[in-house]
Design a protein around this ligand. Structure first.
Ligand code: AMP
Length: 293
């Protein structure tokens, strides 16, 4: 039976007891509304550690739009049930005030000096589109790592740039070891996301255009094309076939030479990244080109 804890202090105590018993601990931070993608991270954490725990916290620090935060799906009871079903050892939640006691102002906002610097990987793409997003991510992840002090922490490649940011954060802190796990997709290709719940069924199907665009770029890569602009053009051309999709970016990056700007010229390695909206729902996805072969 899963241990369900309602505040970070209790989670810290539970985690300390695991460490004291010499057990390795895998940790999966989430914002809840769990789906098969989250559960794949938990399964991996259970495979590689003696115990696995999950945090469920819709972190207000990382939202740049009030409507996105307000409409973010929340169902803690269902999350606990799903986690119990895969054998997760512990799940915890908390409030902003519990995570940051004595660090909030009178209006309940985190004081600026308590934000954690997200590092160079935060520049461009999501960092450019969502002001303050990665500061919010780095700040909560840093605090979650303090609470749990896990052996390994598991993140999804779905949030490619976030995985870079938290890997760098963990390196600067001296731990935990970060594992980045593959993207779980719906049958027609759409990357699983808690936000998909807000899409009507027909829009969910149309949103598969994002995956088709990524696959088209990958196919072009497979023919030997290495020019960044040519690959980006292929992405944009496929995305443009879906009039309901409001594009924010469709760009390439060299994963080993990450920078804020899209590269030009020939690439040795490439990841294609897409962000945009169907109505009010913002979606992101990516594909490392040539990875499947
Ligand atoms: P979130 O609840 O959206 O903050 O996600 C929590 C963790 O699950 C993050 O590390 C995400 O990258 C990861 N994740 C979200 N969606 C997927 C997916 N479709 N496949 C794999 N991992 C995912």
């Amino acid at each position: 039976m899963i241990e369900r804890l309602e505040n970070p202090a209790a989670a810290a105590e539970w985690s300390a007891a695991q460490r004291a018993a010499g057990r390795t601990l895998g940790f999966v931070p989430t914002m809840g509304a769990l789906h098969a993608g989250h559960l794949s991270l938990v399964r991996r954490a259970l495979e590689e550690n003696d115990a696995a725990c999950v945090s469920v916290f819709v972190n207000p620090l990382q939202f740049d739009e009030a409507q996105d935060f307000d409409h973010y799906p929340r169902d803690f009871a269902r999350d606990v049930e799903l986690l119990d079903g895969v054998g997760c050892s512990m799940v915890f939640t908390g409030t902003l005030a519990q995570f940051f006691p004595d660090e909030l102002d009178a209006d309940g906002r985190l004081l600026p000096q308590h934000y954690v610097e997200p590092g160079a990987a935060a520049a461009g793409l999501e960092g450019a589109c969502r002001s303050g997003h990665f500061e919010g991510v780095a700040t909560i992840v840093d605090r979650l790592f303090d609470v749990v002090q896990p052996t390994h922490a598991y993140f999804g490649q779905k949030d490619y740039q976030q995985a870079l940011v938290v890997t760098d954060l963990a390196r600067r802190r001296g731990g935990p070891k970060v594992r980045v796990c593959p993207i779980a997709r719906e049958p027609h290709g759409l990357a699983r996301s808690s936000r998909n719940e807000r899409l009507p069924a027909d829009v969910r199907e149309r949103a598969a255009v994002i995956h088709r665009a990524l696959v088209a770029a990958d196919q072009l890569w497979g023919t030997g094309e290495r020019d960044a602009d040519a690959l980006a053009s292929r992405l944009s051309a496929v995305l443009a076939t879906e009039p309901g999709f409001e594009l924010e970016y469709a760009e390439l990056r060299d994963p080993r030479a990450w920078g804020p700007e899209a590269p030009h010229g020939s690439l040795e390695r490439a990841v294609a990244l897409v962000a945009g909206r169907f109505g009010p729902v913002r979606l992101i996805d990516n594909l490392v080109l040539g990875d499947a072969s």
